[in-house]
Design a protein. Sequence first.
Length: 366
Amino acid sequence: MKMPGLRIVAGLLLAALSLATFGATGEPAGTEGRLPGEVQLTREQITDADCLGCHGQKGFGTRSAVDGSWRNLDVDADALHQSVHGEYSCLYCHADIEQLPHRVDLEEVDCVTCHIEQGEGSAPERTPWLQSDSLPIVIQTRQYTHSVHAEKKGAKNNATCADCHTAHYVFPSDDPRSTVHRLNSPETCGKCHEKELEEYRHSIHGASLMTPWKGESATCVDCHSAHRITEVDKLSAHRVIVEECGTCHSREVRSYKATTHGQLAWLGDKEVAQCKDCHDAHNTHRVDDPASLVSEENRLETCRKCHEDAGPEFVKFRAHADIGDFERNPELWWLGTVMVGIIILTLIFFYSHSMLWFWRELKSRP
């Protein structure tokens, strides 16, 4: 007589537990990954205004499922419309949204595929502005795919397009609002490269950004380029670094290439000293600055990183001596001029001697 009553009570408890579980999750079976609520709009019905209903609210966001940190998902509609992608709908990039409310496990937006397709003639008709001026973008995108930033770090690339360009506020690189504008690139790169940014800020290059002629100072993209960034231990990176330094310091690089260091470096020796080894890559200072690695106080210690037995006399050589620079090296200029003069006179003498000998031979024939 007691068994049916127990079964009824157990059934009621199970039903209550099921309702409580549904109420806590807001998701019926088979809808995992979807935001709470029934489907309100299909893809064909969704407009940008519908998206901004949530994402247009300042402070809108969620907790990261990885580390619990807050992830902002709000969008400034005005700034977005002023960006290079402002004429496109949200669904143009967020292509896997099929309904609202949408799933929470959406695929990451793929910038690379779209921008590479521009050069293959398969870009959608909705991007006419890219058809006439797509080559630089395609080249840069392909450079990125072969760069160290495109390499995987776990499940994610070392640096994605959005990490540098932002997800929604993309402006031309020569626009001061752009996060990849050359004057903004140190702070953008410094989000990941914190140590390098701190050194750069105190260097001659970084400090010069605070001066009226700041446009002339080197920033991250000037030395590393924007997209073709390779690992520093690769030969191609070593050569690029020297060439990039020469963009501003042409006289010094020309004299460097004439030295044993420069010639060995160009032949492929990755161990030989280059610009960054003597002057430091990011913490670069003027030669007369006591903090410089090549100042009189630090030069011997810097050379001893490779030449362990170097003495005080070792550092008296002229690292960037140039016989073609009379202003900086007058005695070398005169020495070089005299040597060239001797060579020219010697050649004139031997050519004259040979011509006279040849003339004598012709005259002596019967």
